[in-house]
Design a protein around this ligand. Structure first.
Ligand code: GDP
Ligand code: MG
Length: 162
């Protein structure tokens, strides 16, 4: 029996991606979605909402105590956020690559933050930083029934058969 995980198992990797209020207000929703979509990742959930301050604090719980925490949570709850779940092989790690470094000053050209943002406090997008946070953030932002179960016709052209 093969120890290699099946493609089906690998494809099930999911990450939480959010376009922050600055990205929404600057008209960058389609630009950001386009980058995940054209890579080949599959959109499994999406909604527009204004999170409460308390919700933002829960989302950024690991940053409690940092000097920018309060401003960050005020900002995240200051306007509409596009919350999404994207699925695909390696999407958690590669999604972070598409996003770029936390500070846009350090983000490479070609990345979302590198191309579209200037300052760390207005870096337009969030992405889960690992499998555990991805799982927790998807559960925080979405009810299970909001994750849409469907087959992507592109998948047979994106992945080799296992
Ligand atoms: P991320 O995973 O790349 O988004 O970065 P972190 O999880 O470390 O931080 C969460 C968010 O807090 C970042 O996306 C920034 O918007 C903000 N942030 C992080 N570090 C700083 C900082 O030094 N100053 C300010 N103003 N905001 C920061
Ligand atoms: Mg983070």
């Amino acid at each position: 029996l093969s120890q290699t995980p099946t493609l089906e198992a690998a494809e099930l990797e999911r990450t939480f991606i959010a376009i922050k209020p600055d990205g929404v207000q600057r008209g960058l929703i389609s630009e950001i979605i386009h980058r995940f979509e054209r890579k080949g990742y599959k959109l499994v959930a999406i909604k527009l909402l204004i999170p409460s301050k308390e919700f933002a604090e829960t989302h950024y719980d690991d940053l409690r105590g940092r000097p920018f925490f309060n401003g960050l949570c005020d900002f995240l709850s200051s306007g509409p956020v596009v919350a999404m779940v994207w699925e695909g092989q390696g999407v958690i790690k590669y999604g972070r690559k598409l996003i770029g470094a936390t500070s846009p000053h350090n983000s490479e050209p070609g990345t979302i933050r590198g191309d579209l943002a200037i300052s760390v406090g207005r870096n337009i997008i969030h992405g889960s930083d690992g499998p555990e946070t991805a799982k927790a953030e998807i559960a925080l932002w979405f009810k299970p029934e909001e994750l849409v179960n469907y087959t992507s016709n592109a998948e047979k052209w994106l992945y080799e058969p296992s």
